[in-house]
Design a protein around this ligand. Structure first.
Ligand code: MG
Length: 497
């Protein structure tokens, strides 16, 4: 007879298989599904999500989790038990009615947001945001929290991390970042970028992106690269990891760095231990840690000088017509241009986190009640002026630019900045342990990086939560200094500041 633990794992695997099917259907919806398939797909997704939720929150699961507490579990089993119990407890606290109203309100809000953004009309979106905030506050009350409602929302994406901790970390980031942005602006340095707007054939862009990600160690027998309007990476299992990108004939670096970014996410998934598939022990820790993997590959490696020492000649060979008058140095400088822009997703490495700080501060104030929804647009623009020295031309490129709030996803944005901070701290450790790292990158030898990440981070699954993982991997708690030092060094050199 199996143990209670075994029963818990069986149910968890069934639930995980349903989620695998949901991922596949979601991936298909964004890539190949004909437009008219949306109605039946929406219904199918809702049905399967409901089944997964019912199975996961069943009394049988509750009894298995409780029974397993008394059993002797191995360290790996304890990880599974701890995380399944945590998720179960959270799910059980949520009234079904609230889950339903959140889904309905956000599906309506998404439609309204699309139109509001199109028409630059924040006023029509505002009541929907207000309603979502009210529902998310009920969500936080149902889940419970230690200090402020926002804690409960944050933990949806970054388990074990509190608002206060994030506020302290971000606080350490703001002053040096704002100062660096100002120095760069005042430097008067303006790199040549004209060649990035020439014509780059899409088939060759794709081939180049695939070549780079193969060099990174992404396994195309256990993954794919397709096209979607909004790039993402998803997976149906450890050995089925799907990335997407979008191409335009100009701006080849947009799709290239997009692919490298998604491959960073993909390697994290491919690096999980297959025996733990579908279980917390075989799952990514948090969104912040996930983003640390993508941002490290995209920026710290992909936008580094040694990386282009190796890849620039290959890039020139791939696009001989448009690259003949461009030097490696000009290329490297162009892909690292710092320009404060109103749009987060187009932001460079230096200004990116300021976009996140702004959103975090606003979200927190919305939930403490210090910021009424009707003041959102004004406060947004004021913070843009303070942090980046620019003001969005309209709400469309300001407060309305991101889809997250219409999903009701408050607490999600901070994970983007956490990703950059964790990345810098991990990268510092890799460099210390591999003193010749940058030389290896300059020879195109990227596999040691994948192996390092696999050994220290990927194959651990959820063994440690994000905060503890940082200590386990680097010996120190998360500290914004690593990121600030990285930026000051790199961009100080580039801009002579
Ligand atoms: Mg990402």
């Amino acid at each position: 007879m199996g143990t209670r633990y075994d029963r818990m794992i069986e149910i968890q695997k069934e639930v995980s298989d349903i989620y695998g099917a949901l991922s596949l259907m979601g991936w298909d919806q964004e890539t190949y599904m004909p437009r008219k398939g949306a109605i039946s797909r929406g219904r199918q997704l809702a049905t399967l999500s409901g089944l997964a939720h019912t199975r996961f929150t069943s009394d049988e699961m509750g009894a298995a989790i409780e029974g397993a507490e008394a059993e002797a579990l191995t360290a790996d089993e304890q990880v599974n038990h701890r995380e399944i119990a945590w998720s179960y407890d959270r799910s059980k606290r949520l009234p079904t009615e609230l889950v339903k109203s959140l889904a309905e309100t956000s599906s309506q809000a998404i439609q309204v947001w699309r139109e509001a953004r199109e028409n630059d009309d924040f006023a029509s979106f505002a009541p929907h945001v207000a309603k979502l905030i009210e529902l998310q506050r009920q969500f936080a009350d149902a889940i419970g929290y230690e200090n402020e409602p926002y804690d409960a929302l944050l933990e949806e994406y970054e388990p074990g991390t509190s608002t206060k901790e994030i506020a302290d970390t971000f606080e350490a980031l703001r002053t040096p970042l704002v100062a660096l942005v100002r120095k760069i602006r005042e430097s008067g340095v303006s790199p040549r970028t004209d060649f990035l707007n020439r014509e780059y054939p899409i088939d060759r862009q794709r081939a180049f992106g695939v070549m780079v990600t193969e060099q990174m160690g992404f396994d195309y027998d256990a993954g794919r690269l397709d096209i979607s309007p909004h790039p993402f990476c998803t997976n149906m299992g450890v050995q089925d990891v799907r990335m997407t990108t979008r191409y335009t004939t100009t701006l080849p670096t947009q799709s290239l760095f997009g692919i490298v970014h998604e491959a960073g996410h993909g390697l994290y998934e491919q690096g999980q231990v297959p025996a733990f598939e579908g279980l917390p022990r075989g799952k990514a820790v948090s969104l912040g840690i996930h983003e640390s993997q993508s941002r490290m590959w995209e920026n710290m490696i992909g936008r580094s000088r040694p990386f282009w020492r190796f890849f620039f000649p290959r890039f020139s060979d791939s696009f001989p017509d448009v690259m003949q008058d461009v030097s490696e140095d000009e290329f490297y400088t162009a892909i690292n241009e710092v320009i404060p822009s109103p749009i987060r997703v187009e932001a460079d490495e230096v200004t990116y986190n300021l976009h996140i700080l702004l959103r975090f501060e606003i979200e927190r104030a919305l939930f403490t009640g210090d910021l009424p929804v009707e003041d959102l647009s004004a406060v947004w623009n004021e913070k843009m002026r303070d942090y980046l020295g620019i003001e969005p031309p309209n709400d469309r490129d300001g407060v309305l630019q991101d889809i997250h709030w219409s999903h009701g996803s408050f607490g999600y944005f901070p994970t983007y900045a956490l990703g950059n901070l964790y990345a810098a701290q991990f990268f510092d450790s890799i460099k210390k342990e591999m003193p010749d790292l940058m030389d290896r990158i300059a020879r195109g030898n990227l596999l040691p990086i994948r192996e390092w990440l696999r050994d220290r981070i990927h194959c651990l699954g959820m063994t440690h939560r994000a905060k503890d993982l940082a200590i386990h991997v680097t010996g120190n708690p998360l500290n914004a200094d690593y990121f600030v030092n990285y930026l000051n060094e790199k961009f100080g050199d580039l801009y002579g500041v």
